[in-house]
Design a protein around this ligand. Sequence first.
Ligand code: TAP
Length: 487
Amino acid sequence: MITELAEKLFIDGAWKAGEGARIPVENPATGELLAHIAAAAPAEVDLAVAAARKAFKSWSRLAPVERSKALHRLGDAIFAEADAMARIMTLEQGKPLNEARGEILKLAEACHFYAEEAVRIHGEIVANTTTDIDSLVVREPIGVVGAITPWNYPAELVGWKLCAALAAGCTIVIKPAELTPFTALAIASMVERAKIPAGVVNIVTGSGSKVGQALVEHPGVDKIAFTGSSAVGLHIQRSCPTIKRLSLELGCNCPLIVTASADLDAAVKGAVRRSFRNMGQICIAINRIYVARPIADAFVGRLGEAADKLVIANGIDRPDADVGAMASAEPLNKTKEHLADALAKGAKLIAGGGAPEGDAFTRGHFFRPTVVAGCTHDMKVMTQETFGPLVGVMAFDGLDEAVELANDTPFGLASYVYAKDMDEIRYLASRLDYGNVAVNNVDAGIMNAPYGGRKQSGVGYEHGREGMLEYLNFKHVRIRYGEPKGR
Ligand code: TAP
């Protein structure tokens, strides 16, 4: 399937051989070349935006139930092709096949969720000072959306934007990450199969600084929906030459607090899953853990043992592996840098610390899940997003200290708590300055509830009804009525 998608753009419902320079896409588990993409030329970005503008006229006026049916068809098409799409994702991103398949199924779920939301767009009638006037507050789609997405969840992060935008009546031009473009192109072929009208969904590939920036600056794009690093999010906010709506889903340095009342087995299991799943390349990955001092040694010992037990492999060869290759050299190098920094400043290595041994790992971006303890806030692992398989642990003496440490960050996407004591849970959940707080579980984001960050972790929400509202404007229609004839 990758060969069929190579060097193509999806514009106005058709596949077009890209005119721009070729960019290689590699398999991060082997270093092998998978295929090339075409960097969309400025004229091709213009074509995609023009197609989305043209399609907006009819898509936004379509009865919501028709948009709903289209999204259901898309969900069905993706579900039917889950195996093939998962394979593409594993080949270009590195996560194990079973996990990639799970992500594709969640993309299908997002299509069906927003298909249902599409028929639930409603407004309000607001009281006026006189009774001959009605104020109708109606919701209308914003227009053309430019979606810019990262490489860690190449299907879901495209899908949340695409599905919510389409449900609201917007059309979209998507610029996927350079590292993982083929998953997005495979989604485009499902859009085609679902017979979504031409121009409603367009995909342009290429670099962020050129193709992504062209969307940010394009006068025909009404909204930018961006997921990625805080640095690029800030750059986008600053570089918008005209007023546009912006959603920015950015990075974090997520804390976990484990209190003395916690179920230790559950806390270790949760910490391992959310620190190392997808090799820690998750915006809501647990990067730092604060443990009540009386249980700190026991927790650290068990966390290290559990990390060492994780099965690491090429995700195509071992679909059920716990972790696969990292997506590129960049997050791998950052992980090594944060580890070296922690060790140089006195942290103790508990597990991992280097690449796994064996021929299978020599050419890919592999690193063992790594735990360091005895950490302090002088260390990068405790204060910056690592975006890799490294977690730092530190002991605390009182809940206020734990809250202060957890909130000692410019970020605010997700935080985690393991505790059994209800008073502790309430105290912590209400004081953690994060858009998401997960207690006694590590799934901070679910499809039905709003998911968004605070502070430098961004603005706006994805998931839930709120995720669709990001693509709608309010319109106030104030109507004065007269006396009816023949009353
Ligand atoms: P970035 O380097 O920020 O890239 C994200 C996207 O922006 C890519 O498509 C990139 O294109 C593009 N881009 C780069 N420069 C641009 C510019 N000047 N104008 C427009 N677009 C530009 O992030 P990443 O390394 O792919 O992803 C990791 C980051 O994403 C982490 O910080 C992580 O926390 C964050 N993230 C956040 C969330 C949520 S929901 N908050 C979810 C997942 C990831 P290229 O690929 O071509 O560079």
